[in-house]
Design a protein. Structure first.
Length: 177
């Protein structure tokens, strides 16, 4: 079998989408200064999620939902315009959300189908979660399981991501094919 001289195994290649390493800075510069106290921007292969922290100014928890709904409606047109610019720049969908005190709300999000092949023991795990009422479907059970694994292995996953970034840097320094 011949050696692969490109990308990571698994079908998706880094060259398929432009890098979005500057997405936080781009959104920080593009968004109106009075919208958010703080900003979190998360990027993956399909989506950029932008979550801003709204000024709480003593907002009671019961008022948070109303304040969030007002912000969502008041900023809708500008958010759509900014999202379209970002989507053209980064070739990814943009999802929006806000935090206000202890409340977080997502206005939009991308749900991406993921192809997977599971053997019977793995399917039985998913079916048990469905049968127990933890999830409504195998798809939801798999999403739940991935979330749990991510919570319990976050430091390891962060270390792995850092190592992958170093591999990408070394690969970029290598000879062009």
């Amino acid at each position: 079998m011949g050696a692969r001289n490109f990308g990571r195994p698994g079908g998706w290649q880094q060259a398929d989408v432009p890098p979005a390493t500057d997405a936080y800075d781009w959104f920080k510069g593009r968004l109106p200064d009075d919208w958010f106290l703080d900003l979190a921007v998360t990027v993956d292969r399909e989506e950029i999620t932008v979550i801003g922290t709204l000024p709480d100014e003593g907002v009671e928890p019961a008022m948070a939902d109303g304040r969030i709904a007002r912000f969502r409606e008041d900023t809708r047109e500008r958010r759509i315009g900014i999202a379209l610019e970002a989507e053209a720049r980064y070739v990814r969908k943009v999802s929006w959300g806000v935090r206000l005190g202890e409340t977080q709300a997502m206005f939009t999000h991308v749900s991406v189908p993921v192809m997977t092949r599971l053997k019977q023991p793995e399917r039985q795990v998913l079916d048990t979660l469905v049968d127990a009422g933890v999830a409504r479907s195998r798809s939801e059970a798999l999403a739940w399981a991935v979330k749990i694994v991510g919570q319990h292995t976050e430091s390891w996953l962060a270390e792995l991501r850092t190592a992958m970034e170093e591999v990408d840097k070394l690969r970029a320094k290598g000879p062009a094919l």
